[in-house]
Design a protein around this ligand. Structure first.
Ligand code: NAD
Ligand code: WQD
Length: 335
C-alpha cells in the first residue's frame, strides 16, 4: 500500500513511518517542519534502511497538496499534522483551529476528489474532558473539552462522523491516544519539544540532563493513591504499531467509521513515574510539590478492550522501557 503520512517528521509520525516501512508499505511524508527537523528523515532511513518520498509543504496549501495526489497513486492517509500544545492553544486559538481543523477539511476534499477514502486520524483522550469514570471506554461522553486544542480534536471527530454519515464508502479510524512517551530503541528518533516542555516525561528527562533545575509536581491533593495525577502512559512504538493495525483493518474489512482508545489501560501517578524513571536509569530527579495546574484532572486511563478485540492491539512495552528509551533519546540529543 502507498500511504501518505502528514506530519510524518513529528514525534508519533516518525515512529509510525518506521513501522510502515518495516511492514513493506510505501510511504510519502508531507511535513512543513513547523514542529520537527529535517534530520528526522535521515534517521528514519538509518533505522529502516529504506527510502520514502518527502514533500516539504504546509497542508493549508490546497493546490500543492492536490498536486501530491496527482503525482502519486495514494491508497490511504494517516493524518498526524496538527499543533498540539494545550497552553499555547488558549493563547492563539484561531491559529489552532486553522491548523487543526481547516487543513483536514481541505485534505478530505482532495482525498474525495481522488477517490482515496481510507483515513487514520490522530485524536486524543482530551476529547473526553473530565471523565465521569475510569477506565474510559469509547462510549464515554465527549465534547466537554477545556481548551481550544482539545476542542479542535472534538470538532474533527464530529466532521469525520458527519462525512461518514453522508457517504459510507469512507473507511475511517479515529485513534484516541492517551499519553505517548518513550522513543525508538535506537535513540535516533524521539520527542523534541521546543522550549520548556509542558508534558511530564520530557520535563523529567530535561531535569535528568541538568537542563532544568527541578520538576514541579502539580498538586498532591487529588483523589488518587498518593494524591498526584494519574495517567495512562503508552510507549510511542506501541502507539505506532496501533496505526499499522488500524490500517490493516481499513484495508481488509468492511467499510466503516471506527473509534479506538489507544493506551495501556494502566494508570501511573506522577510520583510513580518519577520513581520508575529513577529506578530504570539509576538517576535522581529533584522535584517539589506545587499548586495544581489549572485544567488538570485527577485520573485518566483507558479501557483498551475494543482495540484489543477489533484491532488485535495490546501495548507490549513496560513502564521501564518507556523510562529507559525516553532517557536514551534525551541524553544523546545535542542542544
Ligand atoms: P508533533 O508536533 O511532533 O508532530 C506533528 C507534525 O506535523 C510536525 O512534524 C509538524 O511539523 C507537522 N505539521 C503541523 N502542522 C502542519 C501543517 N499545517 N502542514 C504540514 N505539516 C504540519 O506532534 P505529535 O506528538 O507527533 O502528534 C501527532 C498527532 O497526534 C497530532 O495530531 C497531535 O494532536 C496528536 N496527539 C498527540 C499527543 C501527544 O501527547 N503527543 C496525544 C494525543 C494526540
Ligand atoms: C501528566 C501528569 C500533570 C508536567 C496532555 C494533553 C493531552 C495529550 C497529552 C495531546 C499530570 C503532571 C506534568 C509537570 C506535573 N496531548 N505534571 N509536572 O496533561 O495528561 O495530557 O498531553 O493530545 O491533550 O492535555 O499530560 O504530561 O502534561 O501531564 O506534575 O511539569 O503530570 O499534572 O498529572 P496530560 P502531561
Amino acid at each position: 500500500m502507498k500511504i501518505l503520512v502528514t506530519g510524518g517528521a513529528g514525534y508519533i509520525g516518525s515512529h509510525t513511518v518506521v513501522e510502515l516501512l518495516n511492514n513493506n508499505h510505501e510511504v510519502i511524508i508531507v511535513d512543513n517542519f513547523s514542529n520537527s527537523k529535517p534530520e528526522v528523515l535521515e534517521n528514519i532511513k538509518k533505522i529502516t534502511g529504506k527510502d520514502f518520498k518527502f514533500y516539504q509543504e504546509d497542508l493549508i496549501n490546497k493546490d500543492k497538496i492536490n498536486q501530491i495526489f496527482e503525482e502519486n497513486q495514494i491508497d490511504a492517509v494517516i493524518d498526524f499534522a496538527a499543533f498540539k500544545a494545550v497552553g499555547e492553544s488558549t493563547k492563539i486559538p484561531v491559529k489552532y483551529y486553522i491548523n487543526n481543523v481547516s487543513t483536514i477539511l481541505f485534505l478530505l476534499e482532495i482525498m474525495d476528489s481522488h477517490n482515496v477514502k481510507k483515513l487514520v486520524f490522530s485524536s486524543s483522550a482530551t476529547v473526553y474532558g473530565t471523565p465521569d469514570n475510569v477506565p474510559i471506554n469509547e462510549e464515554s461522553k465527549t465534547g466537554d473539552t477545556t481548551n481550544p486544542y482539545g476542542t479542535s480534536k472534538f470538532f474533527v471527530e464530529k466532521i469525520l462522523k458527519d462525512l461518514y454519515a453522508a457517504d459510507n464508502t469512507w473507511d475511517i479510524a479515529i485513534l484516541r491516544y492517551f499519553n505517548p512517551v518513550g522513543a525508538h530503541e535506537s535513540g535516533l528518533i524521539g520527542e523534541e519539544p521546543v522550549g520548556i516542555p509542558a508534558n511530564l516525561m520530557p520535563f523529567i528527562t530535561k531535569v535528568a540532563k541538568g537542563e532544568l533545575e527541578e520538576l514541579k509536581v502539580f498538586g498532591n491533593d487529588y483523589d488518587t493513591l498518593d494524591g498526584t495525577g494519574v495517567r495512562d502512559y503508552i510507549h510511542v512504538v506501541d502507539l505506532a504499531i496501533a496505526h499499522e493495525k488500524a490500517l490493516e483493518k481499513l484495508i481488509k474489512e468492511e467499510k466503516g467509521l471506527y473509534i479506538y482508545n489507544i493506551g495501556t489501560g494502566k494508570g501511573y501517578s506522577v510520583l510513580e513515574m518519577i520513581q520508575a524513571f529513577e529506578k530504570a536509569n539509576n538517576l535522581t530527579i529533584k522535584y517539589q510539590i506545587t499548586e495544581r495546574r489549572p485544567g488538570d484532572i485527577a485520573k485518566c486511563y483507558s479501557d483498551t478492550k475494543k482495540a484489543e478485540k477489533e484491532l488485535g492491539f495490546v501495548a507490549k512495552k513496560s513502564l521501564e522501557d518507556m523510562c529507559k528509551d525516553s532517557w536514551n533519546f534525551e541524553k544523546n540529543l545535542k542542544k
